[in-house]
Design a protein around this ligand. Structure first.
Ligand code: GLY
Length: 576
């Protein structure tokens, strides 16, 4: 196996340097123009993939708006970026309707099946069996992507369902040349993907060999599923042939989703979380995503410091940011869950005074050990992947969709539903399988995020839109599991506080702290003397592989511009 991998890497010798460069955090690419900021456009799409971004632009040029383009990009990514783009997962879309001056927060997160129970992933002795939640159909939540994307397009789009599905169908049916990063991703995950013959048949050649960069990847079953959705709408997936196929696999392979669970699935529009930071307004996703709450909480904390004077990525700045992160992730572990099931103290968590109290609890001279930070300790005042993918779309009217969706782990649980080409998510692992036991991202949860039938698992996905003087000026979001929220925070602080352009703000090395483990994670590029200063403050500093992949749009008097994070090899900004 090791020998095969070695051969494959020799085969990819022209690409190896490029991939290693990413792994080391350099923004080197074979086609640098892909990642250059593009200025002065009227409309743009930034996504994890060139084909999908171009699909979005095609839809906008056809007369579609941001909602049409976003839905088309979402369906296209399910074909071209199968590790995270999906039909069998879920996500969140923040939609700014510019003509109506309204923001909609669309929750199409997966839902726990009706037969879910609190201890479904626990052994008799109470220990957690993460194989069940991560690597079996037991870990699949009722998917929301198809319902969500179609709902957004039907309610707010201008084109027909057939228009927005046509490009994805073409990509699946006629295929597309495999990129270097898709080839490497499929190779990296081959052991999981080859376990089930249906999955292996979908992602490898008929003789089991992997696709090489440039070879044409065709997904006929997926094309048929997309055609059914184009013709019959959400019914094809939730009550029709795809629903039958999902329910059949569930019965055959030990899953618990029933046809009734699929029929009952509904996306929900919620009130966005809105906060302010030094003259900007930030709109973000409410629970069941923890992203919006904690972005606002951390910005409210950081507002009390002059980070600009402390300097970008200086030890003093990183220290303050890490302390704000720790306290937010501690609160996430206790208070956050599905708002339809638990009462979340949103007002308290996002209050300016709470941010000030947290700021006051931060010592300028030393790191507070995580064991000394308790969730909500300061409430006693007058009164939380390479696995996920984000895309941002802006149309000529200025309407924006900032969308993050996922299968959870790359390729979800690697189960392609028989005959459909559709991968299933393993989102149930985002619940707390047991209070205090970390999930796949090391995140700790409590009762608020316990498993209950019909409940949505807590997420970290953080699509945001930033406004200034009533005008939308920025949209961003990122994959990265637990590091999603802090990746978005790094970018917001870089742009709003350090006045960096979105290219510099995205490329800059990132820092992350999630309370537990008590470890400050940094990307390459934080200088050795800064690291020494941080260690002196008491941090355990850990250099990690690059994290996050932010797809960012910004609007200025020059027009619309976009930047696709070079931490993802295929990321692409397209506009006109
Ligand atoms: N599955 C990752 C998240 O939703 O945060």
């Amino acid at each position: 196996m090791l020998f095969m991998k070695h051969l494959f890497f020799i085969f990819l010798s022209t690409t190896l340097f490029i991939q290693l460069s990413f792994a080391q955090g350099l923004s080197f690419n074979d086609d640098m123009s892909v990642h250059k900021p593009t200025f002065g456009h009227k409309a743009m799409v930034v996504s994890a993939d060139k084909y999908a971004s171009e699909v979005g632009v095609q839809i906008l040029k056809q007369g579609g708006n941001a909602a049409d383009a976003a839905a088309a990009v979402g369906f296209a990514l399910a074909v071209t970026v199968p590790r995270a783009g999906n039909l069998g997962g879920g996500g969140f879309a923040l939609f700014y309707d510019a003509p109506a001056k309204q923001i909609k927060a669309l929750d199409y997160r997966e839902v726990a099946p009706s037969r879910s129970t609190e201890k479904m992933y626990q052994h008799r002795d109470g220990s957690v069996d993460s194989n069940k939640s991560l690597h079996s159909l037991m870990g699949t939540g009722v998917p929301g992507t198809v319902a969500g994307l179609l709902d957004l397009q039907e309610k707010y789009g201008r084109l027909t369902r057939a228009d927005i599905l046509a490009p994805a169908i073409k990509l699946a049916e006629e295929g597309f040349p495999v990129s270097q990063s898709l080839a490497l991703s499929l190779w990296d995950h081959k052991d999981r993907l080859k376990k089930r013959p249906e999955t292996a048949r979908t992602f490898f050649k008929y003789d089991g060999r992997p696709y090489a960069p440039g070879e044409i990847f065709i997904q006929r079953d997926l094309a048929e599923s997309l055609k059914l959705i184009s013709t019959y709408g959400k019914n094809a997936f939730y009550t029709g042939p795809i629903a039958h196929a999902i329910a059949n696999d569930m019965k055959t392979y030990g899953g618990i989703i029933t046809e009734k669970d699929l029929e009952n699935y509904k996306p929900v529009y919620r009130d966005p979380i809105v906060g302010r930071y030094k003259g900007y307004q930030i709109a973000a996703m409410p629970p069941p995503s923890s992203g919006g709450v904690h972005i606002i909480q951390m910005l409210n904390t950081l507002e009390n410091f002059d980070l600009k004077a402390k300097g970008h990525n200086s030890a003093a700045s990183i220290h303050i940011m890490a302390e704000a992160m720790k306290r937010a992730y501690a609160d996430r572990s206790k208070y956050l869950g599905d708002p339809d099931f638990v009462r979340i103290p949103l007002d308290k968590l996002t209050a300016k005074i709470y941010g000030r109290r947290i700021a006051e609890s931060i010592s300028q001279n030393s790191a507070t050990p995580s064991r000394n930070i308790s969730p909500g300790a300061l409430f006693s005042v007058p009164e939380e992947s390479p696995q996920t993918t984000h895309f941002s779309v802006i149309d000529e009217d200025g309407s924006i969709v900032s969308n993050t969706y996922t299968l959870n782990l790359s390729y979800g649980n690697a189960h392609v539903i028989t005959g459909t080409g559709i991968l299933m998510n393993n989102e149930m692992d985002d619940f707390s399988s047991r209070a205090g036991v970390p999930n796949a991202y090391g995140l700790i949860g409590g009762k608020a995020n316990k498993i209950e039938a019909g409940k949505r698992p807590l997420s970290s996905m953080t699509p945001v839109i930033v406004f200034k003087n009533g005008e939308a000026v920025l949209a961003t979001g990122s994959p990265g599991g637990a590091r999603i929220i802090t990746t978005v925070l790094n970018i917001l602080v870089n742009v709003l506080e350090h006045e960096m352009n979105i290219a510099d703000a995205t490329a800059a090395p990132r820092v992350h702290h999630q309370w537990m483990p008590d470890e400050l994670r940094i990307e390459q590029g934080i200088s050795p003397d800064t690291q020494t200063l941080l260690k002196g403050l008491g941090y355990s500093v850990s250099l990690k592989a690059p994290f996050g992949a932010a797809m960012t749009l910004a609007k200025s008097s020059l027009g619309v511009y976009g930047y696709a994070d070079s931490r993802r090899g295929d990321a692409y900004a397209a506009g006109y």
